[in-house]
Design a protein around this ligand. Structure first.
Ligand code: NAP
Length: 518
């Protein structure tokens, strides 16, 4: 039976959020405190409403019921957050905090995030529709960035440079850039925040987070735990807004002289807009954008591993993952065996309410995603593709469900071939030679992730170098990790998150020249 939130104040048919009751099953009601469920934004260490008093609803995509409301903030609220973050960094002295102090805070946050895993997972599943096991998986992943950057904070080393003149000493030091504006998407509502915020705070920056309209509750839950961990006022601020205010909030973050850096994860279209807006102030910007990942299965591939990898890469989060395989390229010699095994596995996927045990496929996040996925499949059908399974909406589960789908006979004039579907659709292209596969794989302006399966060692090394993607899974469909440098090339982004490079986005190198020494 579903995990869903119960609300105790229902007035005039309007559901108002309540924090303290959760029902785990219709027959077995377990009541416990949900203290992380917040309905206000967070600026300067205070939980606040929008200055305008406006709010927007957060809904559960499983049934489109309202889970609660949060402040619909605009540029007036953002200006307050920017001033607070700026003053906290400069006049209140956060820039002089030591890396040891920041590491200790991040470790404490990590500890609280770990001890509240179950509650965060329930909130995340409720607002994103993600199966509960995947929410827990994301929490492990998201928390790992906080732990990782707590450790990395202590290792932001400078350099003493050998000098060409005897009377000089040359040093390079790394300093925090200042206020960082962080804009995050709904598909990983926890990890996309911690991957940025933990790095920025480790570096010594203050942050303003603008979470996606669909998933602010997870962001606020993480914030509540940062507050409990003792983050000083103004270091971490969260401005919630509906889609209608997102553009003006993004623009102010990019244009404000008090904001030193922007980090954005989301669509390439919005990323390009923010990049332009940052140009005027020559503002530092990190962009983690959309992909169009090829997944190549060569004749020599281990069939079981390739099918496992395909299922993991494609159906995680109902296909709404930026590094999800988007175009499957399968070589002639293995094609029939791969297809029959894949079809068998796709048919076994359990669809339903992600809060129920064993469910692997939940709803899409919202109506526009559902429309987009449906239109992509329809477009391919009309242009001659074959829908091997699925290919339709599933109203019997809810109004935002789309069936796990396999489409073959893809052509390069179809949207499924050229664009990121961001849904549970496997698009198959059959190929004959390695050159042909590489040409198809690289024939896109996107370059986030790529995958291939082969047991031919020469081919493994060759193709790893020739695939034009920022990240490559070789005989592996799940590649994300805090230790790894996450990021794309071409129109998939600029900069890297995670790894020892993640902090570089939030520091600048200052060259110190000590001259005329005696
Ligand atoms: P999106 O529409 O670009 O939204 C992402 C974030 O930007 C949300 O917080 C959104 O707020 C905000 N936003 C929307 N319009 C804006 C504007 N004009 N100015 C400033 N901010 C704006 O993307 P999405 O549909 O949520 O996410 C899906 C995309 O993200 C996919 O393309 C996926 O590949 C990509 N993605 C990339 C990565 C990566 O690491 N490379 C990871 C995850 C997702 P609202 O929600 O309020 O509109």
């Amino acid at each position: 039976m579903p995990v869903f939130l119960l609300f105790n104040r229902v007035a005039l048919n309007r559901v108002v959020m309540r924090r303290d009751v959760i029902e785990l099953s219709a027959t077995n009601i377990i009541r416990r405190k949900l203290h992380l469920l917040q309905n206000q934004a967070f600026i300067n260490g205070k939980w606040v409403d929008a200055l305008s008093g406006q709010k927007f609803d957060v809904t559960n995509p499983v049934n489109e019921q309202t889970l609660g409301t949060v402040p619909d903030m605009n540029v007036d609220d953002l200006n307050e957050a920017i001033d607070t973050a700026y003053q906290t960094f400069y006049s209140k002295g956060w820039h002089t905090s030591t890396s040891k102090e920041r590491a200790a805070l991040l470790k404490k946050w990590f500890h609280f995030l770990e001890t509240n895993r179950q509650e965060i997972a329930r909130i995340m599943t409720s607002e994103s529709g993600k199966p509960i096991a995947e929410s827990l998986g994301e929490i492990t992943y998201g928390n790992s960035f906080v732990e990782w950057f707590a450790e990395e904070a202590r290792r932001v080393y400078g350099e003493i440079v050998p000098t060409p003149q005897a009377n000089r000493q040359m040093m390079l030091i790394k300093q925090p850039v200042g206020v960082a504006g962080l804009i995050t998407p709904w598909n990983f509502p926890h990890a996309m925040i911690t991957r940025k915020a933990a790095a920025a705070i480790a570096a010594g920056c203050t942050v303003i987070i603008k979470p996606a309209e669909d998933t602010p509750l997870t962001a606020l839950a993480l914030t509540k735990l940062a507050e409990e961990a003792g983050f000083p006022k103004g270091v971490l601020n969260v401005v919630t807004s509906s889609r209608k205010n997102a553009a003006s909030i993004g623009e102010l973050l990019c244009r404000s002289e008090k904001v030193a850096a922007i980090s954005f994860t989301g669509s390439t279209e919005v990323g390009k807009l923010l990049y332009k807006q940052c140009a005027n102030g020559i503002k530092r910007i990190g962009l983690e954008l959309g992909g169009n990942a090829p997944f190549i299965v060569f004749d020599s591939a281990d069939l079981n591993k390739a099918v496992d990898g395909a299922m993991n890469s494609k159906f995680r989060n109902c296909g709404q993952t930026c590094i999800s395989a988007n175009r499957f390229l399968v070589q002639d010699g293995i094609y029939d065996r791969f297809m029959s095994r894949l079809l068998e596995r796709v048919k076994q996927l359990k669809i339903g309410d992600g809060s129920q045990d064993g469910v692997q496929i939940g709803p899409l996040i919202n109506r526009s995603q559902l429309t987009k996925v449906s239109q992509f499949v329809e477009d391919a059908k009309q242009k001659g593709a074959e829908v091997v399974c699925g290919g339709k909406q599933l109203p019997e589960h809810g109004s935002l469900y789309f069936a796990p789908t396999i489409v073959t006979r893809l052509r390069n004039d179809m949207r499924l071939y050229n664009e990121e579907v961001f849904g549970p659709v496997i698009s198959i292209i059959r190929f004959k030679t390695e050159d042909e596969a590489l040409k198809i794989a690289n024939g896109t302006q996107r370059g986030l992730a790529g995958y291939f399966y082969s047991t031919d060692l020469n081919q493994v090394f060759r193709v790893s170098k020739l695939l034009e993607s920022g990240m490559i899974g070789v005989n592996e469909g799940l590649i994300s990790s805090a230790e790894a440098a996450f990021g794309g090339i071409k129109e998939s982004g600029i900069g890297r998150e995670g790894s020892k490079y993640g902090i570089d986005e939030y520091v600048y190198i200052k060259y110190l020249c000590y001259g005329n020494l005696e």
